[in-house]
Structures are given as C-alpha cells and as structure tokens.
Design a protein around this ligand. Structure first.
Ligand code: ZN
Length: 681
C-alpha cells in the first residue's frame, strides 16, 4: 500500500457505493488508515447495513507498520451471487489516482485472497513498488519477504467464514445465517491463492458456474475442490488477535478451556484431560473474574473453546551456556563430551559481552514463547565465576517486569572447600541467588558417591544455612546405579532440619536402582520436602548414548512414583543449543509436549499440566505472581487455538497468542543470525 515515503495513507470512505446502490451492505472502500485511528475504524468502519440487518462484528484488519489495512472492496468476498471484485478494477475506476496505493503483498495477510475471481482479476496485480515490510508488526506471522506482483484483494469480515455463526447471542448459537448462502461455499470467503501456485490448484474457468444458482450440478464438484485451497493459518487465531487489539482494557475472554491444575480455584464445568471451561474477565491488565463458561458478560472475545494457560515458568535452565553449539559442538553427544566441550569454551570465550549476548537472546526466545519466570544455573568456579554473576545481575534488572530471573550457582561439590567455597556462597548470597552444585567431583561423572561425599555435603549445607540460602542441585545425572546422592541429600536435610527450599534436578539413576531402594529414597525425598525438576529432553539426549548403539533407556527419573508420594515435580528446559543439548528454544510448550511423550504424563493427564507453571512457580517461590490463573493476578496468559490436549500437543503452537498484562505481546523469537558474530560463524 502507499505507505512509507508516499504520503499518509488514506481511508476511503466506507459506505454504499453510489454507482451500485444494490451494494448497500458493502464494506466500504477502506484501505489504509493511520494506526492512531485504527481502533475507531476497527469498530466503526463496519459495513453499513439496512436497518434490522444483523451485526457482524468488526472487520479484520492487518497491522502493517503504523498502518492498519482493512478489507477493500464493496462486495463481500465469497459472495457467489455478485461474484468477486478485484481491488484494482473496482476501486481503480473510481479512484484511478489511488490504484497504486491499493497494492499490498497478499502474503502479509493471514488468508487474504479471493480464490475465484474472474481470471483477469485473480492474476497478479499490475506491477509497482511494494513498500518495505515491517515484519515485527505483523503479529507473529511467519512470512516470506514481499515480492512484486502480489496484491491485496477483497475479503469478507472474519466470522463470515463460519457459516451460521450468529454474533447477536455472543456464541455457541448455531443455525443462524450471517447472510444468505447460495449453494456451495468454500471453507472461507477469502481463501488464499498464492501467486506462485501452479494453475492446477486454481479453479478452472468451468467452476465459475457456481456463481449461477441455476447450475446446481456444479456444486458438489466445486465443494470437493475447496479443501486443497484452504492453505492458511488458523483463522481463529487471527480473529482473536484482531479482537484483542481493539478490545481496550476491560473485556471478557469467553469460552476458554483452562487446565484445572492451572486455576487457583477450580471453576466451571470439568472436562476430559483435566480441563475446565471458564470465562475470564480482564480489567486494567489484571484478571478480575473467573466464572463458569457461559456466565461471563455479553461482550467479549470468543475463544471458541481454545485453551488458556498462565505464563510458563521454567525452573531449570543454563542461560550462560546457551547457543555455543556452533562454535563448541559435542563431538560424540555424550555427557563426558559435553563437559569437555563446555569447559574448553568457557575458558576460551566467556567474556561478559559473549555471555550477555547469548543470554539475552535466550531470554527473548523464552519471552516470545510466553515464559514469565526462569531460573538459570550459572557455571561458578571461584575465583572466576564473579564475572558471569555480574552479567546476570544486570540482566535480571534489565528484564524485570518481563521475566523474573533467578540465578543458581553450579559447580562440582568439591569446589566448596576452603576459602573458595566461602567466597562462592557469599557472592551467591549477595546476589540474591540460590546455592547450587552437582553431586560429583571435579573431572568425575555421576557414579558411586565420591570419597568424603557426606562431609562435603554437610559443609555445603552449612554454607547455605549460615546465609539462609535455598538449594538447587544437579543430582545423579547418569545411568550408573551407584549414583545415589539423592537419598543422602534427603537424609542430610532431615538430619539437619534444613529450613530452606531444595530443588533437585535430573535424578536419572533412580530409575535403574533396585525398586526397594528407589521407593525408600522417594519416601525420604517426600519427607524432606524436596522439589524435583525433570529435564526430559536433555535426559533423553544424553543418557544411554553410546556411539553406534541404539539407546534402550529414556534417561528420566521416576516422576509418577514421586507424584504419588506427594512430591512436587516440574518439567523444565535445561540446556539450549549447547554441548549438553544441541536443540531447544526455551519454549515450555515444547517442553511440556516432549515431557508428555517421554514420561507418559497423559491418559489421564490429571494435574500434570501444573508441571509447566504451577509446580515450578511454587518451587521458585514466585507462586504469588505466577503459575496459576487467579483473580487479582496480572493477566499474563498464553492463548492457544487448540481446544483439547490432543490438539495442543500435536502442533508446535507457533500461532499462540501471549498476553502480558492483558495486552497482546508482539515480541517474536530472535533470528539466530543475530548470534553469528558472537559464536564466530
Ligand atoms: Zn542442568
């Protein structure tokens, strides 16, 4: 559209077309309006309609830089009676000087293009400059770069794609008709037809017969051809996003499914897979009410049963190591290979700038995915660990209000001996951190407990007790049955009457230890009130890896037995694109999906949803702000189009909508290329 550099975009007056009085119900010739006025037009530029006609909700708009584009043409797209009108032909005649302004790369739109215009109309629009696209503003749409020759064409109001939806009664009313239907309908009035599609996916001229209602014979064939054309993002997501953009600060989210485990108080009808059906009121960025579905206000945003989760909480990550993979690969993918690669990289390359750039990148990933709180472990080898902590104290400050960042030390247990141990514990205390270690010695792996283990463990506890520090431990991360630190930690905590919180991660070897021993260990862990965090992606990646041999073991700990014993269990990301795990994006939706598959958290799901938000929030002691959807809390929510767990866990949920304080978060995940210079690519 005639945006940047071509003067201010204009709004063509909405309303009846003088030349075609029968088009009184037209959308008006709105094209581009300044963002400042977008809200008015989103509400106000609705089609004029004869008195008594049904209201049809706002037009769908597409944000483009500071401009919002509205549908163009007077004829509702998909109207088989009047046929379609191409923007240039229709408006070009009346506004010849505007014709160039009306061009817009149609890939900017979620589902923009009529499929069935006359051949001369559906081809590429006349050539002309396409303005640069601000992809940030495109609300999460993953779009290819714009190309000449594509065009914005007419399309209908969003809900017209749902035959029979009647908005007067808010939702779940079936049987009404938004407008007269004429024979067959395509799945959406504005199905998308990318210019590069081969001619055979376009409807042949013969199918244009469907315009003529006296040719019903053409209908079945046409209908059968429609589905392949429906190549588009989930329409509902875009509708919800647009509605949220114009909803103001007080609105209802209507007909949501929320995992009951993620509600502070059970509310609404309970459904399979542990889901509750509720309406959620948001006022001034906070959750003002949660009521059973159907009891919310009349005006609201209809989620059509889509799931709503609270912001995710990721209780175990390694942001200081993240994304070093391109310069420090794990040669054989093993645990020992990971330790060696990270040690070399740390010595060689971990300047404050290097660590800060990678960690900030990671935080932006997590933020865009909907995470609100993260705990990261930081490799801390005194006296050289202080620099990393300085970087993260700054990051914690910089990210305050977006992500609550907690830091925990990590180093082998023997590093707490002597003055270094005291200095380390002091620095952690001064930084408001958590005291952490791994239950092995420097240079060792998780195997039989090292000599002097109990004495060192007591010393470690005493350092924490003297400073009122909580603990976060990497425990028994191996498939060696001799790795039995978990029980010793529980017994030590009980023996000492340790008052702080303890989170233990991994505990892999527990699952290959004798049944009775494991059972007894779990009982002591429960008694000591230790929280468990399981890292299923990293465990499955590292454990039981032997070159040229197929893994036999999933590497994860006994989470079901732990839950049965009353232990709080979280799932978390662990490493991200470093030698301990070559993949990952700090996306807790992925973590929960993989955890479900690896750990069989399903059938029944029970309250396992809590492992991605409620449980880690409690373990991190941020449960007052995060972890559950509760009245009074900030409206930090993740909205999915998926209604059921089988839908939620079948796709990556890239089109999720993240709400922060009730507003749509426009943040997108950063481009990996940003790190090329940092990691030496
Ligand atoms: Zn870890």
């Amino acid at each position: 559209m005639g945006g940047a550099g071509q003067g201010h975009p204009q709004l063509h007056p909405a309303g009846p077309d003088r030349d075609r009085p029968h088009a009184a119900g037209g959308l008006g010739h709105a094209v581009g309006i300044a963002a400042d006025h977008a809200a008015d037009h989103l509400r106000g530029a609705v089609r004029r309609r004869p008195a008594g006609a049904r209201a049809r909700g706002p037009l769908r708009a597409v944000a483009h830089h500071r401009i919002v584009a509205l549908p163009l043409c007077g004829d509702p797209a998909g109207d088989a009676d009047r046929g379609h009108r191409a923007a240039d032909l229709h408006l070009g005649g009346r506004h010849p000087h505007r014709a160039a302004d009306l061009r817009l790369d149609r890939r900017l739109l979620p589902d923009p293009v009529e499929h069935d215009a006359r051949p001369e109309q559906r081809g590429p629009q006349p050539g002309g400059p396409v303005p640069p696209v601000s992809r940030q503003s495109l609300a999460g749409a993953a779009l290819p770069p714009p190309a000449d020759g594509d065009a914005l064409l007419p399309r209908g109001a969003p809900h017209l794609g749902r035959p029979g939806a009647d908005r007067r009664d808010r939702r779940r009313i079936r049987g009404g008709h938004g407008r007269a239907r004429l024979g067959p309908r395509l799945s959406h009035p504005g199905s998308r037809l990318p210019a590069q599609d081969s001619p055979d996916v376009r409807l042949p001229r013969a199918h244009l017969r469907h315009r003529y209602r006296h040719l019903p014979g053409a209908q079945p064939h046409l209908a059968s051809r429609a589905p392949p054309l429906a190549r588009k993002r989930d329409e509902g997501t875009e509708v919800v996003k647009t509605a949220l953009a114009s909803a103001g600060s007080r609105f209802w989210l209507l007909d949501a499914r929320v995992p009951t485990a993620l509600l502070a108080h059970a509310e609404g009808p309970q459904e399979a897979d542990g889901l509750s059906r509720v309406d959620i009121r948001i006022e001034e960025g906070r959750i003002a009410a949660i009521v059973p579905a159907g009891h919310g206000g009349e005006d609201g945003i209809d989620l059509r049963g889509g799931q709503v989760w609270p912001g995710f909480v990721d209780a175990h990550t390694h942001l200081d190591k993240g994304h070093i993979w391109p310069r420090s690969r794990n040669a054989d993918g093993t645990f020992a290979g990971a330790i060696n690669a990270v040690m070399a990289d740390r010595t060689k390359a971990w300047s404050p700038e290097d660590v800060a750039a990678r960690a900030d990148f990671s935080l932006r990933c997590a933020y865009a995915h909907g995470t609100v709180a993260i705990r990261t472990h930081l490799d801390t080898y005194m006296p050289h660990g202080a620099g990393t902590w300085r970087v993260f104290r700054k990051l914690r400050e910089d990210w305050a209000g977006r992500i609550d960042l907690q830091m925990s030390s990590i180093c082998p247990l023997d590093r707490f001996k002597g003055d270094d141990g005291v200095a380390l514990a002091d620095m952690v205390a001064d930084s408001g951190g958590v005291l952490g270690m791994v239950t092995r010695h420097s240079g060792g792996i998780h195997d039989d407990l090292p000599e002097g283990f109990q004495e060192e463990l007591d010393h470690f506890f005493s350092l924490a007790e003297a400073r009122n520090l909580d603990l976060d431990l990497h425990v028994d991360e191996s498939g060696e049955s001799g790795a039995r630190a978990l029980r010793e930690i529980a017994l030590t905590a009980l023996k000492r009457g340790f008052k702080g919180r303890i989170q233990a991660g991994h505990c892999c070897s527990l699952s290959i230890q004798p049944e009775d021993f494991a059972k007894e260990t779990i009982a002591r862990v429960a008694e000591a009130g230790i929280d468990i965090v399981v890292l299923p992606m990293c465990n499955m990646y590292l454990q039981d890896r032997v070159p040229n041999r197929t893994p036999r073991w999933r590497g994860v700990t006994l989470v079901h037995e732990m839950r049965a014993a009353g232990i709080r269990v979280s799932v978390a990301s662990d490493n991200t694109r470093d030698p301990f795990y070559a993949y990952g994006d700090l996306d807790m939706a992925e973590v929960f999906r993989e955890a479900t598959r690896i750990l069989h958290l399903d059938h029944p799901f029970g309250d396992w949803h809590g492992a991605a938000a409620a449980a880690p929030a409690e373990a991190m002691q941020v449960e007052r702000q995060h972890g559950r959807i509760r009245v009074g809390a900030t409206a930090d929510l993740v909205l999915f189009s998926a209604r059921f767990m089988t839908e939620l866990l079948s796709r990556p949920q890239s089109d999720r909508i993240v709400l922060r304080a009730g507003k749509v978060l426009e943040a997108t995940v950063p481009d990996w290329r940003e790190l090329d210079a940092v990691v030496g690519l």
